[in-house]
Design a protein. Structure first.
Length: 65
């Protein structure tokens, strides 16, 4: 982009009660990859739950497990 930033979104299904664990693991993996690129900074944010994400995609979320 013109300001030198790259914004990516990901959608993943996470078991109830595992949100913190998954976010920590994903952050560790991405920080490891980011450490290989000089000047790259990494930030993770949870923007919405999976039900909201499916709606944005125009899809119906799967039934609760």
């Amino acid at each position: 982009s013109e300001n030198g930033r790259i914004l990516t979104y990901g959608i993943g299904e996470i078991q109830k009660g595992k949100e913190k664990d998954v976010l920590q693991r994903t952050t560790q993996q991405n920080l490891f990859m980011a450490s290989k690129i000089e000047g790259l900074r990494y930030k993770a944010e949870v923007l919405m739950d999976f039900t909201e994400a499916y709606k944005i995609l125009g899809m119906a979320p799967p039934p609760e497990v």
